[in-house]
Design a binder for this molecule. Structure first.
Ligand code: GLN
Length: 499
């Protein structure tokens, strides 16, 4: 068996399996052996479902042999962030409070992936309830960046990004509330896309901040992002915020030229705090876009600097309400302590939630409390509207906006965990996109002096994901950074000892 089947793109795998040149089972086995080899180093997964993956793959092979029509993700192994409900799986959202919660149903995206022929490998690590930028807030384990094991993979979908970068899975799903797909994609040198708010159903996604959350794909190139996005998008009667707008064939936007396209670069993105290596790679990537015939113009997004403050009011307000349901009664962990119901609630929440989650529940409760509601929450909603207006104005002058994904490359494990404000600034360039509900991708735009990937973002108006796919795939074809892969020195399998 070819040991490199785990390195194929999802498009290649789907084609080969559909033509029955390789079996879905062989591909699943290749990913599972890669997982077994690199997990001790990287720690992308919270749970690997080897038996389930083999059963799904074997079933698919049987159905193909019987002449069944192959789906677009035929035999493609997928890793799922641990906040997507999969029927029968334990789903913990990276939190101790959900330990022992087994989902009675499939999220809509999970149902769609099954129908498309995907094979599920397991669940990836994340910051607890998707709150964080480094995956260090997981209630279970840390995940290491495959490019440098002393560094974080980003967060909150750090497990999904690391799994794809380490070739454990060709593609993965994550969620993005303020940057949680794009920032880890940037840190791990893979492509990650946050679709327009309403493009992908949130039914079966454990909610953090419902007006900002979106599910989206991770892949090693833009072609696979397009493939996965097409499979998971579309209106869903089970999510009243999902949009009844037809889903285009995103793959048709691959390989198209961008000559003459106007791309806007906000002057605010060269703000203080932008690491030198990031600025250099970003400026060089602008030259690559120019070389492809695009016109780069300067634009103004004057309210971007307020987006982090605005986000931490709105997202914590929504989180404090969404997380009220975890009280030991219906889901997961229940503390044995306490003499009565209220004491049981308190003990469950005290022991079940981690520090960051508690901090945000307190902050959210505070900004919603009477007397402070107008001063904080209502004003943050006004600021959100103004940030959206900034983008609307910018899109009158350009077709897409370009920005770095994060002001820095992957930072060292432990270097920011004690300083939440500094951690929050990791998302300076991603958060405004969620506040405005826009689609955006992060792809590798270059490398810093220590060889760490630098992510760049392509942002488009609502429901114009096609423009992003077109622009990002043209960049990839011109630059080729996606071909550079991290090298993991996997310890050789233990030699058989004397019998
Ligand atoms: N890092 C941001 C936060 O901690 C964004 C998280 C996310 O997108 N889920 O809230």
């Amino acid at each position: 068996m070819n040991a490199k089947l785990n390195e194929l793109t999802a498009r290649e795998t789907a084609g080969l399996v559909a033509r029955r040149e390789i079996s879905a089972l062989e591909v699943a086995e290749a990913c599972l052996s890669r997982i077994a080899a690199v997990e001790p180093l990287v720690g992308s997964f919270l749970r690997v479902d080897g038996e389930g993956a083999r059963a799904m793959a074997a079933d698919l092979d049987r159905r193909l042999a019987a002449g069944e029509e192959p789906g677009p993700l035929c035999g493609v192994p997928v890793a799922l962030k641990d906040l997507l409900c999969v029927k029968g799986w334990e789903v913990t959202c990276g939190s101790k409070i959900l330990k022992g919660f087994f989902s009675p149903y499939d999220a809509t995206v999970v149902r769609k992936l099954r129908a498309a022929g995907a094979v599920f490998l397991g669940q990836t690590n994340m910051d607890e309830f998707a709150m964080g930028s480094s995956t260090e807030n997981s209630g279970y384990q840390i995940t290491r960046n495959p490019w440098d094991l002393d560094r974080v993979p980003g967060g909150s979908s750090g497990g999904s990004a690391a799994a794809v970068a380490a070739a454990e899975a060709p593609v993965a799903l994550g969620s993005d509330t303020g940057g949680s797909i794009r920032q880890p994609a940037a840190f791990c040198g893979v492509a990650g896309m946050k679709p327009t708010y309403g493009r992908v159903s949130r039914y079966g996604l454990v909610a953090y901040a419902s007006s900002l959350d979106q599910i989206g794909p991770f892949a090693r190139d833009v072609g696979d992002v397009a493939l996965l996005l097409e499979a998971i998008s579309g209106h869903d009667p089970l999510d009243s915020t999902s949009a009844p707008i037809p889903v285009p064939a995103y793959r048709d936007s691959l390989g198209r030229e961008i000559a003459g396209m106007k791309l806007g670069v906000p002057r605010q993105c060269f703000a203080a705090g932008l690491e030198e290596g990031v600025e250099r790679a970003f400026r060089e990537s602008l030259e690559i876009f120019r070389g492809l015939g695009a016109e780069i113009i300067e634009i103004d997004l004057p309210r971007i600097p307020h987006s982090v403050a605005c986000y931490y009011i709105i997202s914590t307000a929504e989180a404090s309400s969404n997380l009220a349901r975890f009280d030991g009664v219906q889901y997961g962990y229940r503390s044995p302590a306490g003499e009565n119901l209220v004491e049981m609630y308190e003990a469950t929440r005290r022991d079940g939630f981690g520090e960051e989650v508690k901090r945000r529940i307190l902050l959210g409760t505070y900004v919603l409390s009477s007397g402070y509601y107008d001063a904080y929450y209502a004003r943050a909603l006004q600021a959100r509207r103004l940030i959206k207006d900034d983008f609307d104005k910018a899109f009158e002058r350009c077709e897409c906006v370009l920005m770095p994904t994060s002001p820095t490359t992957a930072f060292e494990i432990g270097s920011r965990i004690a300083d939440p404000l500094r951690m929050y600034l990791s998302d300076l360039f991603t958060i405004a996109v969620n506040l405005a509900g826009l689609p955006a991708i992060s792809i590798t735009g270059g490398f810093d002096a220590s060889g760490l990937p630098v992510g760049i973002q392509v942002i488009a108006p609502p429901f114009e994901e096609e423009k992003i796919i077109r622009t990002a795939s043209a960049f990839e074809a011109g630059a080729g950074f996606q071909d550079r892969k991290p090298v993991l020195s996997v310890p050789p399998a233990a030699a058989p000892g004397p019998s």
